[in-house]
Design a protein around this ligand. Structure first.
Ligand SMILES: [Zn+2]
Length: 309
């Protein structure tokens, strides 16, 4: 095949022989280039015109998927939160019950300890409400719970302070009680009381400065209160005697012992054995002569001896 091109510029028509292989190659290359150009332009056109919409659609699809996932997650979170809040509300209820019990205990302690009830405010009502009001909405609950917890925490703080004060008061009371002469220093019966009596030796009227407790020889003699031994030795008339200072104005004396078990300066606890009963000094038989002194004056020990700790 031959193509003949005729142009005005040229005097002679130009002839292309398509049978010529070189020319064919040139033409094919030209066609290929044109095709490539078309594809390129088409691609650019496609990108500039069609792509934004597709991309937007893809993005919308993606977002829809994300929203669906978040919905599922939110349902889960809501359920978790609900469960968590329910557990929290239950815990709060338990704490409130404990607080109420603590109040009751505090009141009873104050009563048992014979403490001034006015000093302790245990009858304050425990924190209630809030939790019940807020069961309708999952979003109202946290705030109500939060305020209930804050209230409860404050109440526990107050109770703790009050109980600490109560404890120290009770401990002080116990210490005080340990220092006060209470009970009999020895098992036995009272053979002679405090006050004016006929002297057992000469029959003259004399003042008996303590009580005599008849008891077998060698019976352990106990201190009736905690204190410090200030004297352990022989005194005229008293024989082997122990004197104990209790540090609060009280002093006790235990006389006519056969044996002393303590030494001066020794600290003795309530009920500790300080001597063995006997009949040393001015005595007609085995007994313990027991004296109680308060602020430097001898007092009737009977009330102390008959008390119980
Ligand atoms: Zn006596």
């Amino acid at each position: 095949m031959q193509i003949i091109l005729v142009s005005r510029a040229r005097k002679l028509p130009r002839t292309f022989d398509l049978a010529n292989p070189r020319l064919r190659l040139k033409l094919l290359a030209g066609l290929a280039l044109a095709l490539l150009g078309c594809v390129g332009i088409g691609g650019v056109l496609a990108l500039t015109v069609a792509s934004p919409r597709d991309r937007a659609l893809a993005q919308i699809h993606q977002l829809q998927q994300q929203i669906r996932q978040q919905d599922v997650q939110l349902v889960g979170v809501r359920m978790d939160a609900r469960r968590g809040l329910d557990a929290l509300a239950m815990k709060l209820g338990q704490l409130q019950a404990q607080s109420t019990r603590l109040n009751a205990l505090g009141e009873r302690l104050a009563e048992v300890g014979k403490l001034d009830a006015g000093e302790f405010n245990f009858d304050q009502p425990p924190a209630v409400g809030g939790v019940e009001d807020a069961t309708g909405s999952a979003y109202a609950l946290p705030q109500a719970l939060d305020s209930s917890i804050t209230q409860l925490a404050a109440q526990f703080d107050t109770q703790q302070a009050q109980l600490s004060a109560l404890q120290s008061l009770l401990l002080d009371a116990r210490i005080e009680s340990n220092l006060k002469p209470t009970g009999m220093p020895v098992q036995g019966y009272i053979s002679s009381y405090f006050g004016v009596r006929a002297d057992p030796f000469d029959g003259h009227s004399a003042r008996h400065t303590g009580i005599d407790i008849a008891t077998p020889y060698g019976t352990p003699v106990h201190t009736v209160a905690e204190g410090m031994v200030t004297f352990a030795g022989v005194r005229r008339g008293y024989g082997n005697v122990v004197e104990i200072d209790h540090g609060n104005g009280y002093m006790t004396r235990y006389a006519h012992n056969s044996k002393l078990e303590v030494h001066p300066g020794q600290h003795v606890q309530v009920g500790e054995v300080i001597a063995k009963a006997g009949s040393t000094g001015r005595s007609t038989g085995s007994h313990v002569h027991f004296e109680v002194w308060y602020n430097g004056r001898v007092v009737n020990p009977l009330a102390y001896a008959r008390n119980h700790r």
